[in-house]
Ligand binder design. Structure first.
Ligand code: A2P
Length: 347
């Protein structure tokens, strides 16, 4: 990876944007230059990158001239309005919002699961929902060996999924409660500190919220099969930036827990944390700031002969969003799916 790419981060001032900056630096992404874009509110703000101050610009119609890759994490409505303009300007957009994920023209990629889908892009590649990415990394290695028929998931989701302001809100609520004051909820509908509530996305007529339906639909698209049945109950918990998930899997035949443990001990993107003697399993505190999805508490389901259960934790901002997006960008470079305009101009 030596050729220079011109990259823009849309939403650079947000929680995911900040992590994208860190990852492009620490993973030594081959950058010619980096443009930081956000709303007009942040224009002129400076952010540190590789020891330098970079100035944030307000995104406009000319922001993408000459850009090869856009890493977008500025919410669905911004992506819907802006991604097509970036594509028109000749960039490939890796979009972290839900705006394009279920569009049949748009690949939905978890590099450990379906890397080949990236090459089918028509300008936009979608980064899946955070909870779905973490689950896919953990269960796909098992699905490759024996087919999963059904997934029942319960999630314990951190504040970071709702952005940097939501994280700050939980911290402020925690301080307020400890000082005997009333917690203020503005980003979330209810106080999250010392509390939890079912995921606050809109509900459908079947009683599932949007987050739960993302797990259903996106898992099927990423795995390339409509036959997996998925149900999920998603819950917000007062954790800052790592999600946890209790996963029950039903296979088409029994799956021995020791074989599952063996497979997951070498699976890409997974770290096995499964110490039964110490009763030590994945925790959000250990997943925070890490690249891997921590997986453990792997056991047979005593209620079903072909059932297997596991517990996972993963950093929502990192593998759940920014890291997955940067890994997709790395795929585009490694497989020569995107050619840098700068290099083409020089030849
Ligand atoms: P800004 O800081 O200027 O509002 P988070 O998910 O952590 O809340 O971050 C959202 C990111 O998306 C921020 O960088 C935010 O910029 C950016 N953003 C929100 N709305 C727009 C918009 N209309 N145009 C460009 N960037 C936006």
């Amino acid at each position: 990876m030596s050729r220079p790419y011109r990259v823009a981060i849309l939403g650079a001032t947000g929680a995911v944007g900040q992590e994208l900056l860190e990852l492009l630096d620490s993973r030594n992404f081959p950058l010619a230059d980096l443009k930081l874009l956000a709303s007009a509110r942040s224009a002129g703000q400076s952010l540190r990158f590789k020891g330098e101050n970079l100035t944030v610009e307000a995104v406009d119609d000319n922001s993408f001239n000459g850009i090869d890759i856009v890493l977008a994490s500025a919410g669905g409505s911004t992506s819907k309005a802006i991604a097509p303009k970036a594509v028109e300007a000749g960039a490939v957009v890796i979009d972290n919002s839900s705006a394009f994920r279920m569009n049949p023209e748009v690949p939905l990629v978890v590099p450990e699961v379906n890397p080949d889908a990236a090459s089918e892009h028509k300008g936009i590649i979608a980064n899946p929902n955070c909870t779905t990415i973490l689950m896919a990394v953990a269960v796909y290695p098992l699905h490759k060996v024996k087919k999963i028929k059904r997934i029942i998931a319960a999630t314990y989701q951190s504040a970071s999924g709702a952005g940097a302001k939501a994280m700050a809100e939980v911290q402020a609520q925690t301080s307020a409660i400890l000082e005997g004051k009333q917690p203020v909820a503005e980003i979330f509908p209810y106080p999250l500190a010392f509390n939890l509530f079912p995921h606050n996305t809109p509900l459908n007529e079947m009683g599932y919220c949007e987050e739960e339906m993302k797990m259903v639909n996106e898992t099927r698209k990423i795995f390339g099969t409509q036959s997996i049945r998925v149900t999920a109950t998603c819950v917000r918990v007062p954790v800052l930036r790592a999600h946890s998930e209790a996963i029950n899997l039903e296979f088409d035949e029994p799956f021995d827990k020791n074989e599952a443990r063996e497979i997951l001990s070498t699976a890409p993107g997974v770290k096995l944390v499964d110490d039964w003697s110490a009763n030590y399993f994945p925790m959000p505190i250990d997943a925070t700031g890490r690249d891997e999805v921590l997986v453990g508490r792997i056991r047979q389901d005593i209620s079903h002969p072909a059932g297997l259960e596991l517990w996972l934790c993963g950093d929502q901002i990192r593998k759940g969003a920014a890291l997955n997006a940067v890994q997709i960008a790395e795929l585009l470079v490694e497989k020569n799916i995107v050619k840098p305009k700068l290099a083409l101009a020089l030849t």
